[in-house]
Design a protein around this ligand. Sequence first.
Ligand SMILES: Nc1ncnc2c1ncn2[C@@H]1O[C@H](COP(=O)(O)OP(=O)(O)OP(=O)(O)O)[C@@H](O)[C@H]1O
Ligand SMILES: [Mg+2]
Length: 417
Amino acid sequence: MSAQPQRLIAALDLGSTKIVALIAEVTGDARDAGARILGVGVERSAGIRRGVVRDIEETTRAIDKAMKSAQRMAGVEVGSTYCGIAGEHVAGRSSHGMVSVTGDEIRTSDVARVNDMASNISFGRDHELLHAIPQDYLIDQQGGINEPIGMTGTRLEAEVYLVTVLSSVLQNLRKCVERAGYHVQEFVLEPLAASLAVLTPDEIELGCSIVELGGGSTNVSIFHNGKIRHTGSLLCAGGHVTADIVHGLQVTQLDAERLKERFGAGFEPLVPESDVFELPSTPGQGARNAQRRVLAHIMHMRLQEVLEYALDEITRAGYHQRLPAGVILTGGGALTPGIVELAREVFAMPARCGIPGQRLRGLADSVESPRMAVPAGLVLYGARQVATSGGSGTGGRKSPAVEKVLAPVKRWLQDFF
Ligand SMILES: Nc1ncnc2c1ncn2[C@@H]1O[C@H](COP(=O)(O)OP(=O)(O)OP(=O)(O)O)[C@@H](O)[C@H]1O
Ligand SMILES: [Mg+2]
């Protein structure tokens, strides 16, 4: 059975080490949206560094290649795509708004007004609003209200989490996607996307943190009481681990990457002292062996530092000892054997690896890796947008009238965050 164009979605994860394209078909309805993965394309690329375009040509090439592979596998063509965004150029902050209620009870328009009020603040000329996520409503100073519509009161207040991003970064990413021949349907905060792929509702309710160990940056996001509460980006990440291996074992960068994936470990005590492997060598260096423990020591030290920075970020955000569901590790670094043990030790909290799978069907096994948490989450985000708006995916178009009705749904992410 071929997929209906309006139920098709595409997602692009633009990473520092690779670009991933996914094509999927939306399944289920607004309450239970999921996706059937139809096509996957992964292309190694160094055109992006920590979410910022460094090389337009190279990034455009990699997007083109990844999207073409995914479409070929899916047997369909797409015109637009959801795109992940993260990095130091993304900032999150809470904002407060207040309006007086005009009718007998609070209506959708009152909620839209108070949300607008809260997000109508100056971000500076070079930043723009990416998401506005209502966190809490107060009616006549009584807080803790999730859904005020239909309730009675005279004064409505909203706490809204605003995510902003440096405009030039968005423009350059958009340029690459457009040069490759696609329209950006929406930019989506990566941790928000990842949360859809790897977190359970209980974890989001109780409080947890996603620590995404990427190649160029480590992203720390906090979820509590059913909502995202904080997001931050750290400079120390997988690339530093690789650089340490280059220096410590005197190997090339490429060999360091290979050794990390083949023999690496993030928790030294787990590696037997007797384990030895052959080191790549130049003719002058001659045949060399190394103890796996030495490699594990190098990785352990650096990953410990990365996780300690992540803990500092959680503490600075005011959530130390407030996250009973612990830490969920995603990104390529989460594939390191022993990383969960190291995380338990550093955070003194429960820790696990976040592997996408929930609400995904089709070629779901191809995204069953913590490295695919962001692209899988982008697909689920798109699926929810399509399912909640009853609108079009990447293939169809909505009429202006439908757009108008859907505007609040699209704008305020309260329905699913
Ligand atoms: N099996 C593995 N064991 C240990 N580390 C790994 C493994 N596979 C990948 N990595 C590391 O994961 C990192 C890449 O992770 P990921 O693919 O999540 O990054 P990215 O999305 O390209 O970059 P970023 O999100 O930081 O821009 C690299 O540093 C790589 O060495
Ligand atoms: Mg990434």
